[in-house]
Every structure is written in structure tokens, then in C-alpha cells.
Design a protein around this ligand. Sequence first.
Ligand code: ADE
Length: 226
Amino acid sequence: MKIDVLTLFPGMFTNFLEESMVKIARDKKALEVRLTDIRDYAFNKHRSVDDYPYGGGAGMVLKPEPLYEAITAVKDESNVPVIYFTPQGKPLTQKIIRSYASANHLILLCGHYKEIDQRIRDSLVTAEYSIGDYVLSGGELPAMVFIDAVARLQEGVLNDSESAATDSHENGLLGAPHYTRPPEFRGMKVPEVLLSGNHAKIADWRRKKAIEKTTKIRPELLDEKK
Ligand code: ADE
């Protein structure tokens, strides 16, 4: 998978790309991430990429021309998804991440300032996602969230093929509690069933705990599952 990131702050990605699963995915050539500085496509001598909003109001708007040039420069085929991160987007979910996991090429567009010029959204952006109901200063962190989530789904990145399938949200539920050695820690014991070696019983217990936890913390997920 090749991911083009269009950003005004490419430096934010430097350490991120060198650590953990994303690094493993890149080392295994399962993922290639290319960073493009939108400012390189600014066309005036001040290299400005933003301007005041028509109609007034607070905040600056990213101008359409540099965005258009940057997107078309990295877009090698007409059907490459162009994903824009904004608090106005659809909530990003594991299901959406899965829908992109086998794409060959994706373009991630990070906004900054107020928003980007609507005409780019209307003509070039194919999907808009939000990573939660709060406002960040830009789309860089959401883009990193997206890259991390798709990277770990690339073939050969997780060494245990089971481990993605049993993650929270993969079956519409939050995951069951996990324990490791020692069997007793500061008086707190690991639930007996997990030490029993009875796999059917363990699976039942995990499912029960997953439903309990989801009911308590995210009851709406159970409605969505129906
Ligand atoms: N840009 C700013 N805030 C955001 C959010 N919550 N999700 C996606 N993109 C954003």
C-alpha cells in the first residue's frame, strides 16, 4: 500500500514513521508513506497557502490552488481515494479502516487553520472522516491514526494472525480483560477460568466479559450490532 500524505507539517510524521507497527510495515515493504509539503505548491512569492474567508468570520481558509496542485501531482490514477480529515467528517471506525486496508494507493489530506476551500472538497475529496468530537489544530494526528490502523492490517505485519481478529471493535464489541503472569499480583488473582486450559470455557467467559464491558461503556455498539 502506498499512502501519500499532504500536509503543511511533514515534520510531525518523522518519528511516527520510525516506530512500532508503522515502521515494521514499512520495513516489510507492506507500506510506503510519502510526505508532500502543501507549501511546495504555493504559487505566490510569499508561499502563502491560506487566506481570509469570504463573508468574514474568524480563522483562515486553505486556498484551493496549492491543494489542487498537490493532489493532482500525487494522484496517478483517477480512482485513488482522497481522504480529508475534519471534525465535520463521518466518525472513523474499524469497519471503515478495513474497507481501505487492501487499497493500493490512498491520498490523505491534512487541513489546518479553519477548513479548506469547499471547492476542493466538492471536486477532489472522496471521503471525510473525524476521529472524534473534539477539535484538533489540524489533520496530521488523524492521518497518523488512520495510517497506524491500516498499517497493522497489512499482511505479515502482526506476527500472530489471530491478534487483529480479536481486537476490540473487530466483532462490534469491546475486548475482554487480559491478564499475564504472575497469577497473583498484590492480592489480585487472575480469574480461575483463564488458568483452566479449557478453551471453550475461556471463549465463553471472554464473550460474556466483552458483552458486559460493552453494555457498561459503549451500549450503542450493541444496538449497531443488531
Ligand atoms: N481536524 C481537526 N479536528 C479533527 C478531528 N477531530 N478529526 C479529524 N480531523 C480533524
